[in-house]
Design a protein around this ligand. Structure first.
Ligand code: PEP
Ligand code: MN
Length: 374
């Protein structure tokens, strides 16, 4: 089943080299916008034009895409400039109308891949239909779900299937809109080595200034292609305005990329380091947040102690903390010395925050008393 997936260069569109680039607006907005963007992108040398017709928006009321009528704009623009066109489909009806209109390739978005019921419905609708399908990673960092969606499509007998890595959402603040978690696409490659892999740096970055870096990184991991959002007038785009490039800037970006020949496995090692650093960033974020929560509680204790007139430092409590935390730390491969140092600064800050809090209340009490006296 996994055999026989065709490389991009054999998809029948006459593509060669690396990277194969799909570019175009996040959303088709008007016939003129699609055509002008496509014409400029043709000059940039891209291999296909993408555009969103139906947009999966997080909140109701935001721009939902122009819908069915925009299909024709995209098909016409593709024909005029002589490039294949691709759109996102999210239900069997989308597939039907997109193919009837003459769209050349389809992709499954991150919010579709996440749902096996829906992916299966799409796969059922695709049986016997020979159209290239690209499968974006699911929004959550779940390799099995991504692989499962790809397998459902491959099972229909289609051999023009590719993966698009668009990053994964996370709760933590991050420099990325969707964190790349490079380990996940790398593992997918290991499991399905024939499957072409494209990177969508636009949805990974959420801005334009990191696009070149992420694109280069993907190329150095031997990705075959890129899918990048490009709009003739990004500032006024109806969706994903911050991350779209003008076709002119896309030309600069593509020219800046260095296409290195596959050498050794070292580049895979490189991405592991990047991934580990991302993990450290996340943990650090958690550490600071947790310290903030701890100090917030310390201030509440400050209130309590003030109201109940008890002392700040309670030696038995401190002794108990030290004992239990060192025990826990040691069981988690931390040294006693580290835990002692760590807790001594945490405790110092805690006492400082409590004291400050108590002084604050006592000042405001004094203030109130003065006011009532005057
Ligand atoms: C898009 O490509 O415009 C899009 C909605 O992407 P994703 O499914 O990756 O969020
Ligand atoms: Mn978009």
């Amino acid at each position: 089943m996994m055999m026989g997936i065709k490389p991009l260069t054999q998809w029948g569109f006459g593509w060669s080299g690396r990277p194969i680039v799909f570019a175009g607006p996040c959303s088709a907005e008007t016939p003129e916008q699609v055509l002008e963007t496509a014409q400029k992108l043709k000059n940039t040398g891209v291999h296909a034009i993408r555009a969103g017709i139906w947009k999966p928006r997080t909140r109701p009321g935001s721009f939902q895409g122009m819908g069915d009528e925009a299909l024709q704009w995209v098909v016409d623009a593709g024909k005029t400039v002589g490039l294949p066109v691709l759109v996102e489909v999210a239900n069997p009806r989308h597939i039907d109308v997109a193919l009837k209109a003459g769209i050349n390739m389809l992709w499954l978005g991150a919010r579709t891949t996440v749902n096996p019921f829906l992916v299966q419905e799409l796969a059922d609708a695709l049986v016997g239909i020979d159209v290239p399908i690209l499968v974006k990673n699911p929004v959550n960092p779940d390799l099995e779900l991504w692989q499962g969606a790809i397998e459902r499509i491959l099972k229909t007998g289609n051999n023009r299937v590719a993966a698009i890595h668009r990053g994964f959402s996370s709760y933590e603040n991050s420099t990325y809109r969707n964190k790349p978690n490079w380990e996940i696409p790398i593992e997918l490659r290991r499991r399905l080595p024939e499957l072409p892999m494209l990177c969508d740096p636009s949805h990974i970055c959420g801005n334009t200034f990191m696009l070149a870096y992420v694109s280069q990184f993907a190329l150095d991991l031997q990705y075959e292609g890129l899918m990048i959002e490009s709009h003739r007038d990004p500032k006024n785009a109806l969706s994903d305005s911050a991350q779209q490039l003008t076709p002119e800037s896309l030309t600069d970006l593509l020219n800046s990329l260095i296409v290195r020949k596959p050498t050794s496995d070292n580049i895979f090692e490189l991405s592991k380091l990047e991934d580990l650093r991302d993990q450290i960033d996340e943990v650090d974020n958690e550490i600071v947040n947790m310290m903030a929560s701890r100090m917030e509680i310390a201030r509440k204790i400050g209130n309590y102690k003030y109201n109940n007139e008890v002392t700040i430092l309670q030696p038995e409590r401190w002794d108990e903390i030290i004992k239990s935390r060192t025990q826990l730390g040691i069981s988690k491969k931390l040294t006693r010395d580290f835990i002692l140092k760590l807790y001594s600064i945490i405790h110092e800050e805690s006492i400082f925050q409590q004291t400050q809090q108590m002084n604050k209340i006592s000042k405001s009490d004094e203030h109130k008393m003065n006011e009532s006296e005057s």
